[in-house]
Ligand binder design. Structure first.
Ligand code: NAP
Ligand code: MG
Length: 495
């Protein structure tokens, strides 16, 4: 069998071996072609990985199908939990390898990746491992029948994930699916395959039976499309753009009506009232809310609305904090912001900056490329924005924020909800009544009050309006991965 083991050296000298084959049935196998994966800090190729097309997708789905009916569906829940916890031990052991791959492949600063990625993966797996033996139905009293419900797995579940949080997205898709007894086929983003491939090795080492978790790398137009049209895939959990979400729903409708959950984009408002007690704290959270992950976050607080009385003061402090943060090589010390993921994304963001200027907004800070290699962009602030401007309506998915003034509660609620999206929202106020009133009125799946961005495995996450369908995380996610059966026993009625 061909070996796909490749040694990769990070700029700090750390070396990692990765198996770059498609992980199907606990083996690393050949694809239909290869994909070069790029280091966005340099624009240079790191290595190439195998790319699945329809033939390999069929193999992966068959393996998952066989594993589902061959036993995973009925595996003792405590055994499922044991394997999930074993995987978290291995992720902890190999955390340094994983964070190096993540930083190299997607450009996340190494220090940030160290702080968030392995621990998030572990938290999500441990949380859902706890649910393996807690999937209870109900007993329903009826006339002469004993009725009870059982929550059964759906079958082969496919997770199609984006590039902006590869390790975390992997955990969000795999953990709830397998704890409920489904088997999975994951397709990673073509831009960031490496950390998922390393985790594939750990899945095998943990002892998961072949076919329970399959991870394939490949292009959306080939592997993603084949998964979304596959007759034996019973559910797709997708995170990515609106356009792809629509394509997946259409493919599901045209084939086997597979169940679809979608986590899509956003243009989240962040509202700051003039009664806040500590403006420095507000500035800290608002800055993190837009610039974390170089602005490449679906729930980024990209529209900041500040009440008139404190607008100038907020802007000054926000600018000062932004200027104090370093943009640069993800492997250098104290870097807050790395590169954008790709040349395409870089050009897309620069185009939005140009549109913002053309439509009459003031580019108050930034707006330019940083350095002469890789895809770095200055953190950018637009002011003098109006609701009609493109940069107030469309998701930029980069380090670009629009800061606007508002007068009163009704004014800002109307503005905040003036969007096709509804993923996240922030509210800063020291008035509890106002906090509750505004939170209730906001059309968003998550409202953060007096902070931004916290997310634990226990809380549901998902979108209102066109930000998505269904909820991931928490107990709520389990309903996406189970189907309910009512069993009715005649308890003695002759007719
Ligand atoms: P994308 O282009 O939609 O890609 C997401 C995934 O879908 C990738 O694996 C992609 O493969 C695949 N794909 C592309 N075309 C497909 C098709 N026709 N059928 C099936 N799969 C297909 O999105 P992205 O550029 O990676 O990510 C950025 C977007 O995701 C942003 O809009 C952002 O808001 C959203 N996002 C949302 C959340 C959330 O939780 N709501 C989280 C992160 C990102 P390729 O890699 O080959 O293109
Ligand atoms: Mg890459």
């Amino acid at each position: 069998m061909t070996s796909f083991i490749t040694e990769i050296s990070a700029p700090d000298g750390h070396k990692v071996t990765v198996n770059t084959g498609l992980f199907i049935n606990n083996e690393f196998v050949t694809g239909a072609s290869t994909i070069d994966t790029i280091n966005p800090a340099t624009g240079k190729v790191i290595t190439s990985v195998q790319a699945a097309e329809k033939e390999q997708v069929d193999l992966a789905v068959e393996a998952a199908h066989k594993a589902f009916y061959g036993g995973w569906k009925t595996t003792n829940p405590r055994e499922r939990a044991r394997l999930m916890r074993k995987l978290t031990d291995l992720v902890k052991r190999d955390a340094e390898d994983l964070v190096h791959l993540e930083s190299l492949d997607m450009g996340k600063p190494l220090e940030t990746s160290r702080a968030v990625d392995p621990s998030a993966f572990i938290d999500w797996f441990q949380y859902y491992a706890g649910f393996c033996d807690k999937l209870h139905g109900k007993v329903i009293e009826t006339e002469g029948k004993l009725s009870y419900t059982v929550h059964e797995p759906i079958g082969v579940v496919s997770g199609i994930i984006p590039w902006n949080g590869p390790m975390i997205m992997l955990a969000w898709k795999i953990a709830p699916a397998i704890c409920t007894g489904n088997t999975v086929v994951i397709k990673t983003s073509e831009l960031t395959p490496l950390s998922a491939l390393k985790i594939s090795e750990l899945i095998k080492e943990a002892g998961f039976p072949p076919g329970v978790i399959n991870i394939i790398t490949g292009y959306g137009s080939k592997a993603g499309e084949a998964l979304s049209r596959h007759m034996k895939v019973s559910k797709i959990a997708f995170t990515g753009s609106l356009a792809t979400g629509r394509a997946i729903m259409k493919a599901a409708a045209e084939t086997n009506l597979k169940k679809v959950t979608l986590e899509l984009g956003g243009k989240s408002p962040n509202i700051i009232f003039d009664d806040v007690e500590n403006l420095d704290e507000v500035v800290f959270w608002s800055h993190l809310g837009i610039y974390f992950n170089a602005g490449q976050a679906c729930c980024a607080g990209a529209r900041i609305y500040v009440q008139e009385g404190i607008y100038d003061q907020f802007l000054e402090k926000f600018k000062a904090l932004t200027l104090s943060k370093k943009v640069g090589d993800p492997f250098s010390a104290e870097i807050f912001q790395g590169p954008q993921i790709s040349e395409t994304q870089f050009n897309r963001i620069m185009n939005y900056i140009a549109i913002g200027k053309k439509e009459g907004a003031t580019c108050y800070l930034g707006g330019e490329r940083v350095g002469d290699q890789g895809y770095f962009i200055e953190p950018t602030i637009f002011t003098d924005v109006t609701e009609e401007m493109t940069i107030m309506k469309e998701e930029i998915f980069g380090p670009v924020v629009a800061i606007a003034k508002f007068k009163d509660v009704d004014d800002v609620i109307a503005k905040a909800n003036n969007t096709e999206y509804g993923l996240g929202a922030g509210v800063f106020t020291s008035n509890i009544t106002r906090a509750v009133k505004v939170s209730n009125a906001l059309e968003a799946g998550t409202v953060w009050v007096n902070h931004y961005y916290s997310q634990t495995p226990a809380e549901p996450f998902g979108g209102y309006k066109q930000s998505g369908i269904g909820r991931e995380c928490g107990e709520y996610a389990l309903s996406n991965y189970t189907q309910v059966k009512a069993i009715k026993i005649n308890t003695g009625n002759p007719f």
